[in-house]
Write a protein that binds this ligand. Sequence first.
Ligand SMILES: Nc1ncnc2c1ncn2[C@@H]1O[C@H](COP(=O)(O)OP(=O)(O)OP(=O)(O)O)[C@@H](O)[C@H]1O
Ligand SMILES: [Mg+2]
Length: 239
Amino acid sequence: MRSVALCSARGAPGVTTTALLVASHLDSVMVEADLSGGVVAVRYGLGREPGLVTLAAANPHEPGGWLDHAQNAGGIPVLVGPDAAETAESLWRTAGERIVGVLGRSDGTVVVDVGRMWRRPRVLDVAEVVLVLARPNAEELVAASHAVATLKATNLGHRGVRVGVVLVGDGTYRPTEIGDSLGAPVLAHLPDDPTTAAHLRDGGTTSRSLARSRLSRAVAGLADIIDQPAAQVPDVVTV
Ligand SMILES: Nc1ncnc2c1ncn2[C@@H]1O[C@H](COP(=O)(O)OP(=O)(O)OP(=O)(O)O)[C@@H](O)[C@H]1O
Ligand SMILES: [Mg+2]
């Protein structure tokens, strides 16, 4: 299994939107591990189950068994998380180890929507790439720098986890300045694309026409970087 985790540190820079597009480009499954509560089931008119709750209860041991718990969100298989923060937090506290175990035994690529990260979440135990999303304004960047520092201070290092920053929209700071001050490279600068983002927020599909949008094309570039081994991406920091 390969796992790419996306998180934010402040605001709502578009983690869920970007995670769906990354999952689409990597032909993978999205896991909704936002401790503030999931939104994908509501956005796509799906049921609360199956999802992470049924996955944790079933604890499948065969490599493909986890896929029985995914639902179709506009063309992307998604393991939806509980929509209430309390339930999500309780699920990860009581069954986090089991969920991580199932994901670790799975045979595909997973893209994890971690949501806003304020502590090192358990799901990062299986992450190979962690992307911190931020809009390039002072308050989101300061928060992102703390998130990068937290990630580096945890035990991700011994597994060679790659940490990168993804900027969303315009701001007053240049990507190179930002990468230097955040201590992690800026792997992508995604455009403000309200039309595409609203289409996905309102339960739209990741269709062929969407693939031509500015946002989808930019995320395709990010997916290419994720696909490359760290050694071939010179400015990727390995912590
Ligand atoms: N690249 C973008 N350009 C313009 N609008 C965007 C972009 N990405 C997301 N949005 C919009 O921003 C809002 C928040 O997006 P999203 O839910 O993906 O953010 P998030 O970081 O997951 O937020 P939260 O922490 O609340 O889960 C939505 O209205 C979405 O349509
Ligand atoms: Mg979100």
